[in-house]
Design a protein around this ligand. Structure first.
Ligand code: AMP
Ligand code: ZN
Length: 443
């Protein structure tokens, strides 16, 4: 394993901080964080209620006096109430993948975008990407942070960026061949699809392409899947974790040790809590990751519950960095699921169904795996009247629901209309989602 001294640091000063320096830096940044947060309506009210002032939050232990927040609070309160700068300082917004309409958006200042680009450059450089590399960014561009986040980071590093976006496998492959792509950023489920297109076109990536490195993230995947992709594409694949509320990708990233992702503690404070009791978990035990963004300007968030399950990897990393590592994400503590890299909440499906005439009282979402792709099927009971009526009306209803769901959740589900009373959602709380995949983790 290459040691830290081999020059794989983009931001040597911050990457090589000792534990004492990291903890000192976090504590030092707290009062300015509280000051910045106080500019937002949400925190201003909360701090007043709880008697919190910058001089009373001196150590990372003190932030425990501040309440947790999560996506549902952002949604209820709206992101505007978390905006901590004047609107004129906001230069961009993003939103969580899959959320549309009253989405939880995240605002960025110029400084936020700068810091984010620096972080991505740090992550890419850490695993050996250099300015001579050709980087093909096969992530969705737009509101989703995966596209533009990596794009700016790779440009900052000096790579030639091919902003190919998601999908269109044949075109992706011809770009790779023509421009000698060395590095890709790709959703694991899509990488599996790409692998089958390689086979279909009779391309041997090791011989016909120049790929060396892949960044895979945005959805849970297993170690086995990483190895499969590495063999199939002839690359070293690195796990990349992030969430739009903290900036997007770049929050935690694997080094060449591939034994957990370094969570950049000069930018974020992490806690691992028991999702039920909300108490801290002992070091090394699995729990929910909670993050505080130390430097963000437009929308700093304190104690944000990610609802992602992970644990801290014990011991020192072979690379020498002291930023603690988290294990690959195991799953979620809420009902969100991820299909083709898109976050989906059952409520979004329900919203479409509830507003549509002819839909009955029950529905169920079934997640299953077809070959290497995750699929989502929605079984919907129709109303008595619809069931007894014209077949053409049923067909029209199906097409309409499919298209409206696609608009709402950005993924086209398979839809099955069934007769009233056919869906058994179990006793008590309706079981809305049946996950028939082998765990929600791509294998
Ligand atoms: P978004 O806000 O749209 O960027 O989605 C963030 C969510 O995607 C996270 O909270 C995780 O649930 C999931 N996610 C992102 N990166 C990874 C990863 N490397 N492994 C597993 N899940 C991930
Ligand atoms: Zn490391």
């Amino acid at each position: 394993m290459e040691s830290i001294n081999s020059g794989n640091c983009w931001d040597r000063k911050n990457e090589l901080l000792s534990r004492e320096e990291i903890e000192g830096m976090q504590a030092h940044k707290l009062s300015s964080l509280i000051e910045r947060c106080s500019e937002s309506r949400y925190y201003k009210e909360m701090f007043k209620r709880k008697g919190i002032t910058p001089d009373r939050i001196k150590t990372t232990k003190d932030i425990k006096r501040i309440d947790f927040i999560d996506k549902s609070i952002l949604r209820e309160e709206t992101s505007w109430r978390f905006l901590a700068v004047k609107g004129e300082h906001v230069v961009r917004m993003h939103s969580s993948s899959g959320t549309t309409g009253q989405a939880t958006v995240v605002f960025h200042t110029k400084g936020d975008i700068e810091e984010w680009a620096e972080l991505i450059a740090r992550c890419m450089y850490m695993v050996g990407v250099r300015r001579q590399d050709v980087f093909q960014n096969m992530m969705g561009y737009g509101l989703f942070t995966g596209g533009l986040g990596f794009h700016y980071g790779a440009e900052r590093l000096g790579c030639m960026v091919i902003p190919s976006g998601a999908g269109n496998s044949k075109r992706q492959i011809s770009l790779m061949r023509e421009f000698g792509t060395t590095t890709i950023h790709i959703i694991p489920s899509y990488a599996l699809r790409l692998q089958s297109v390689f086979e279909e076109l009779n391309i041997d990536p090791e011989k016909d392409l120049k790929l060396t490195t892949a960044f895979i993230g945005a959805e849970p995947h297993s170690e086995r899947l990483r190895e499969k992709l590495e063999n199939a594409l002839g690359v070293d694949a690195y796990n990349s974790y992030g969430l739009s509320e903290m900036c997007g990708p770049g929050v935690a990233f694997e080094c060449r040790g591939k034994a957990g992702m370094h969570l950049w503690e000069d930018k974020y404070i992490m806690e691992i809590i028991d999702p039920k009791t909300l108490e801290p978990m002992p070091d090394g035990e699995e729990g929910e990751l909670v993050l505080t963004s130390l430097n963000r300007e437009a929308m700093p968030l304190i104690r944000y519950r990610t609802h992602d399950l992970t644990r801290i990897v014990k011991g020192d990393c072979v690379c020498g960095r002291k930023h603690r590592r988290i294990e690959r994400i195991k799953g979620r503590t809420d009902d969100m699921f991820i299909i083709k890299g898109v976050n989906i909440f059952p409520m979004q499906v329900e919203r479409v169904l509830l507003k549509t005439v002819g839909v009955g009282s029950n529905y169920q979402i079934i997640l299953h795996r077809k070959g290497s792709a995750d699929n989502m099927k929605v079984k919907v009971e129709v109303s008595d009247e619809m069931w007894r009526g014209d077949l053409e009306d049923l067909k029209r209803l199906k097409i309409r629901l499919e298209s409206e769901m696609r608009d709402e959740i950005l993924v086209k589900p398979e839809l099955e209309l069934v007769e009233p009373g056919l869906i058994d959602t179990g006793e008590g709380k309706a079981k809305r989602v049946i996950d028939e995949r082998d765990g929600a983790i791509l294998e």
